[in-house]
Design a protein around this ligand. Structure first.
Ligand SMILES: *Cc1c(COP(=O)(O)O)cnc(C)c1O
Ligand SMILES: [Zn+2]
Length: 419
């Protein structure tokens, strides 16, 4: 790879050659891929990018750690829409708010960006089998992306994973191990199994290439904003790989001189499981917490990528905010009503955080803010249905409809009177 120099441990600084099967440092620290930006500047400019027709994460190939001859995996991942959310901005008293809807990815979460990278690197490694442990989305996205590429998967999920995600796994033909225990125990079992059978490892806190896939969300946001840097980017945090990846993408653009300043990150966690934010707020090391939230994708009591996440939040002079399950579900409805975007609970946690910080006056009204929706609401309809009112349920005749409208005080608006 001409664009990559090496991989470097974020804890001890030791460097490694960037082979496809890289895992963690000897010291246990997580590795970070280091690029040759001077070389990249000679092969990629904002203008070349603007002419590119590839509307997927692979449009940033020169900034990704793959060999030139490595084919992009089959599913179309990335280049998700960035919506200007005017109605929601008005509700929150914000000058500019954008929603990056990553729920539209092929398996309906941002995790597809990492899984596509895993499939590309597994191919380079000559592997036929990939494995991971996951709260759900990493699993379903790996299963889908691997299926499309003709690879086999072994997946470890905690038994609490919502049905939508399990349905995806089974449909994509993964071998699924549902662990009767916490995510922590699930991760540990997958670690042992991967060691035992030598599967390609798609655990984002072990395999340093996966954050590089996730960073494309940051590259896209800036390209879609025509390189106008927003003041804040809010995102939900579990293991910490996603926020770290987002930050890496932004720093890449800064290193290339394509942007002249960096946004501040907003790290949003569930109040019932917020070890990363607690570490930032207390200035101490992170400590494990219980996994006490319905936002299953970020119910991570022992964050596996705390080092990179904490570094990203601190470097960006980021804000932290913790939101209750009620605030998450309220944000899900508010986003749906004002923007037509349906996110899963962890998917809208970032938006819940933006709302809370606006109300607390911690985001100034003249700020521009991007909120990343990290997963689709269709993944977990049970929680959404429980948080919403019942629909009008009646027999199929007009008399029943008129009666039901009358009972609810609905005077139906007629478009006919406008003609
Ligand atoms: C995985 C996930 C996150 C958090 O990503 P981490 O890398 O675990 O911090 C947030 N939202 C959704 C929908 C996810 O699947
Ligand atoms: Zn190290």
């Amino acid at each position: 790879m001409k664009n990559v120099l090496h991989a470097k441990c974020v804890r001890c600084g030791r460097t490694y050659e960037a082979i496809p099967t890289l895992t963690t440092c000897q010291c246990g620290g997580i590795l970070d891929i280091v690029y040759d930006y001077e070389h990249i500047k000679t092969v990629l400019t904002r203008e070349t990018l603007a002419r590119r027709r590839d509307n997927s994460m692979w449009r940033y190939r020169e900034l990704l750690p793959v060999e030139e001859e490595t084919e992009a995996p089959p599913l179309r991942v990335g280049w998700s829409p960035l919506y200007r959310a005017r109605a929601l901005a008005e509700r929150l008293g914000l000058r500019a708010l954008y929603i990056k809807d990553d729920g539209i990815n092929p398996t309906a979460s941002l995790k597809d960006r990492a899984s596509a990278m895993a499939v590309a690197k597994a191919r380079e490694a000559g592997a036929r089998v990939i494995a991971c442990s996951s709260t759900g989305n990493a699993a379903s996205s790996l299963a889908g992306n691997a299926a499309a590429a003709g690879m086999e998967t072994y997946i470890f999920v905690p038994s609490r994973a919502p049905k939508g995600k399990v349905a995806q796994l089974m449909t994509f033909g993964a071998t699924v191990v549902s662990v009767q225990g916490s995510y922590e125990e699930t991760f540990e079992l997958s670690r042992q199994a991967i060691g035992r059978w030598g599967w390609y490892n798609r655990n984002a806190a072990v395999n340093p290439y996966l954050s590089e896939g996730k960073k494309t969300v940051g590259l896209e946001i800036l390209e879609q904003l025509d390189w106008q840097v927003p003041d804040f980017i809010a995102i939900s945090v579990g293991d910490g790989c996603t926020i770290a990846g987002l930050w890496k993408g932004l720093k890449d653009l800064y290193a290339l001189g394509w942007i002249d300043r960096l946004p501040r990150l907003i790290s949003v966690q569930a109040a019932g499981c917020c070890p990363i934010n607690r570490a930032i707020e207390s200035g101490e090391d992170w400590r494990p917490m219980e996994e006490n939230t319905l936002a299953d994708s970020i119910a991570v009591g022992v964050p596996r990528n705390a080092d990179k996440a904490l570094q990203a939040i601190r470097e960006s002079r980021g804000l932290t905010v913790n939101v209750s399950d009620e605030e998450i579900m309220a944000a899900q409805k508010l986003l749906g009503r004002t923007s037509g975007v349906f996110g899963e609970p962890a998917g809208v946690t970032g938006t819940a955080g933006v709302k809370k910080l606006c109300e607390q006056g911690k985001i100034p009204p003249d700020a521009s803010v991007v909120s990343v929706v990290t997963g689709s609401g269709l993944k977990d309809v049970a929680n959404a249905i429980a948080a919403c009112p019942e629909p009008i349920s009646i027999p199929g005749d007009m008399a029943s409809l008129l009666e039901a409208f009358a009972a609810r005080g609905i005077s139906a608006y007629s478009n006919l009177s406008n003609r």
